[in-house]
Design a protein. Structure first.
Length: 296
């Protein structure tokens, strides 16, 4: 690993132009300073200085190193200034990614306990593709990702999946569409217009298998990467759509839709993915504990 003290000494020598002047400024002997720079050159595998008379000049590699050194120490000074002037009581950032396949109401109910904590927490919530969110998690730009599936085994990302719970699914339709369906549930789904989540959704394959077992063949009229967009089409009466049974009351009140049936054989699972095997973050603890109270 790069020794930043050696890099700092190299920067001072480059600025002063000689070991003698730099050693006076740093209150070190020229021999000590020369030895420290030699260690830096050894670790980098290249010479940084060449002697010109009594002075030292940077090699091409030294010029590159100096440019980066200036940027590194300028950032350090900026960080110091920011931290010194940080107001007391500032809200702690809690950065969360939510997969676009997770219903928005589910995401809200999962995150609500973190927002109600006594500690000051400001949630920064980002929606997107699971792969993109996990990439952000891997470089510590997020503390948590909420998804409908655990961490994919094929992704080269170190993370741990914590199951929050499960919910059966319910089928919804606008009152007009429900009235047009023929027969009892689930036979009424045969030939009915259906809105589906895209192939990335964990529940999709389970749903298609269930249709086959029930000997019904709905007509898929729309596929969606985003659950909220699918629900918007469903509210407009475009087709039947599914959502977690835990959201029945919410969707019936907000979307002017009605339940046409339920399946306890199909479950939607929800996960909290973090970089920690053992959950220690207070906000994540609050989320997982609350989820166990209303998800199965």
């Amino acid at each position: 690993m790069l020794n930043y003290k050696h890099l700092y000494y190299m920067r001072e020598v480059a600025t002063a132009g000689s070991l003698t002047r730099a050693s006076e400024r740093l209150h070190l002997t020229p021999q000590t300073l020369s030895g420290q720079i030699s260690l830096l050159e050894e670790s980098l595998g290249t010479e940084l200085f060449k002697r010109q008379g009594r002075n030292l000049e940077l090699t091409e590699a030294g010029q590159v190193a100096l440019q980066y050194a200036n940027e590194i120490f300028q950032l350090g000074e900026a960080l110091e200034q920011i931290l010194q002037h940080l107001p007391k009581g500032r809200a702690q950032l809690f950065r969360v990614g939510v997969s676009d396949l997770v219903p928005k109401s589910i995401a809200y109910r999962l995150l609500q306990p973190a927002m109600l904590m006594n500690k000051k927490i400001r949630i920064v919530c980002t929606e997107g593709k699971l792969s993109d969110l996990l990439a952000e998690l891997a470089v510590h730009r997020m503390e948590l990702v909420i998804a409908d599936s655990p961490m994919p085994s094929y992704m080269n990302v170190k993370g741990f999946s914590h199951k929050l719970g499960s919910s059966g699914i319910s089928f919804f339709a606008s009152p007009e569409l429900k009235a047009s369906l023929v027969g009892d549930f689930p036979a009424c789904l045969d030939g009915a217009a259906l809105l589906m989540l895209s192939e990335g959704a964990a529940v999709r394959s389970k749903l298609l298998g269930w249709f086959h077992s029930q000997q019904v063949k709905p007509m898929i009229v729309g596929e969606f990467d985003d659950s909220a967009l699918m629900q918007a089409f469903g509210f407009a009466g475009t087709g039947v759509f599914i959502a977690p049974t835990a959201l029945e009351e919410t969707l019936e009140q907000e979307g002017r839709v009605e339940v046409i049936g339920r399946s306890c054989e199909i479950y939607e699972n929800f996960y909290a993915i973090s970089i920690e095997r053992k959950i220690t973050h207070s906000a994540i603890k609050a989320i997982t504990e609350h989820a166990q109270g209303w998800l199965h």
